[in-house]
Ligand binder design. Structure first.
Ligand SMILES: Cc1cc2nc3c(=O)[nH]c(=O)nc-3n(C[C@H](O)[C@H](O)[C@H](O)COP(=O)(O)OP(=O)(O)OC[C@H]3O[C@@H](n4cnc5c(N)ncnc54)[C@H](O)[C@@H]3O)c2cc1C
Length: 398
């Protein structure tokens, strides 16, 4: 495999970079620089701008609005989005739910939901985990009982990312309590504004809002919102989770965080010199940069078709650990001033001035919050312990 990009890919990179420069509104970019929990309004606006160019869902089949780009082009696109501080698209809708719908959904579901996801009009959440059913997902207890043309759903989901600003939720429910655990599960598309749905925010230790609890109290869901076949939800869930892990190396995010870390280290001083000149610090930074580069090539090998695409769990483990390492080093680079940095990521950037006390320089805003929140990367999408077991079974055949 050739490791450097060819002239066509380089020209493509320039085209995307220029597009971001010309089209990403200044205030959205500024918020993206500090804010890792993006605002719905910013995401929706950016998705509409991208949709206008036909770029909002590059990875979808062309028939549904995808671009037909190669895997490497899609990676470059993502890299440039993060580099320019553009908001991340509604990832659950575009990357997780839509592929299930165009692969297993009905024509009616495709027509109803795909255009709305593509244009950033309707946002989605993923309702799998429950209290007591995370790693052991097949033990989930949320019930759906058929009643005429509806299912009646009761239960409790938790850790539901972005449900506070989502419109719909892709939900795993138990339709047959008598079948074996996996065989009794189905997938339902539920309107989060339906009567009987209650959302409760979970404020995390970084003082940000990403995750929520969802309560279903006899919620009536039209039976046409069943995805595929009743009892086959586990198959669709595995398909969705594999897609989630395949993209969760998140190398473009890590590269952007590394650039930010270098910036911090060029400003922060140690012993009268910029931190970036400190030998110990440089050593730690270099290690992370080398590991990131190695992961980038592993991802590119998979995307260019020359690697084993069964390695989603492996990419997830490496990618999530790297995201933590970069964020930890950035907090270390701020030294004791990192203690004072606890920005409310939900705040508009107009609040940043209030959040950043005089002791906190502009380049330090949000750094500690990010380092704390990154604890979650090795948990969500299936914890890294579970991924290691999968690697042992499927790759090492142990
Ligand atoms: C920020 C964040 C966002 C999330 N977003 C979503 C979302 O949008 N939708 C959704 O459905 N879920 C979401 N989750 C939930 C996530 O998928 C679960 O937290 C995860 O699967 C772990 O489940 P659990 O929390 O129940 O922990 P548990 O399963 O109770 O695990 C606790 C600990 O035990 C370990 N463990 C458990 N079983 C084993 C085993 N067999 N072998 C070895 N170790 C084991 C785990 O690795 C972990 O360290 C999110 C979680 C977080 C933190």
């Amino acid at each position: 495999m050739k490791l450097e990009l060819g002239p066509e890919d380089q020209a493509f990179r320039q085209e995307v970079r220029q597009f971001v420069r010309d089209n990403l509104p200044e205030d959205v970019s500024r918020r993206g620089r500090y804010d890792f929990h993006h605002h719905r309004a910013d995401i929706a606006l950016w998705m509409k701008i991208l949709a206008g160019r036909g770029w909002s869902v590059p990875h979808w089949p062309v028939a549904y609005g995808g671009t037909g780009w190669t895997g490497v082009q899609r990676f470059i696109f993502e890299d440039e989005m993060r580099r320019g501080f553009a908001p991340t698209a509604d990832r659950i809708g575009t990357e997780l739910v839509a592929p299930v719908l165009y692969t297993f959904g009905s024509d009616e579901q495709r027509q109803e939901h795909l255009p709305a996801i593509r244009n950033g009009d309707v946002f989605w959440a993923q309702g799998f985990s429950e209290p007591g059913s995370g790693s052991d997902l097949s033990s989930l207890r949320t019930r759906a009982v058929r009643d005429g043309d509806d299912y009646v759903v009761s239960g409790h989901k938790t850790w539901t990312t972005d449900a506070h600003h989502a419109d719909m939720i892709f939900t795993l429910v138990r339709t047959n309590p008598d079948a074996k655990p996996q065989a009794g599960i189905s997938a339902l598309l539920i309107d989060l504004n339906a009567p009987g749905v209650v959302r409760r925010p979970i404020w995390t230790i970084d003082e940000g809002l990403t995750v929520n609890e969802i309560f279903f109290d006899d919620v009536r869901v039209p039976a046409r919102n069943l995805v595929g076949e009743e009892g086959a939800g586990w198959t669709y869930a595995k398909f969705l989770l594999n897609n989630e892990r395949a993209t969760s190396a998140e190398v473009p995010h890590t590269k952007r965080d590394l650039a930010q870390l270098r910036h911090i280290a060029s400003i922060e001083q140690r012993n009268g010199r910029p931190l970036i000149q400190d030998a110990l610090f440089r050593n730690r930074l270099a290690r992370i940069e080398v590991e990131t580069l190695a992961l980038e090539y592993a991802v590119l090998r998979v995307l260019s078709g020359s690697g084993d695409n069964q390695v989603a769990s492996l990419l997830k483990v490496r990618g999530s650990e790297l995201r933590q390492k970069v964020a930890d080093l950035a907090a270390d680079a701020l030294g004791e001033r990192a203690l004072a940095v606890s920005a409310d990521r939900e705040a508009d950037l107009c609040l940043v001035d209030e959040v950043a006390s005089p002791a906190v320089p502009d380049h330090g805003v949000g750094i500690s919050a990010k380092a704390i929140f990154r604890r979650a990367t090795t948990i969500y999408g299936g914890s890294n312990e579970i991924q290691r077991t999968l690697i042992a079974k499927t790759i090492l055949k142990l």
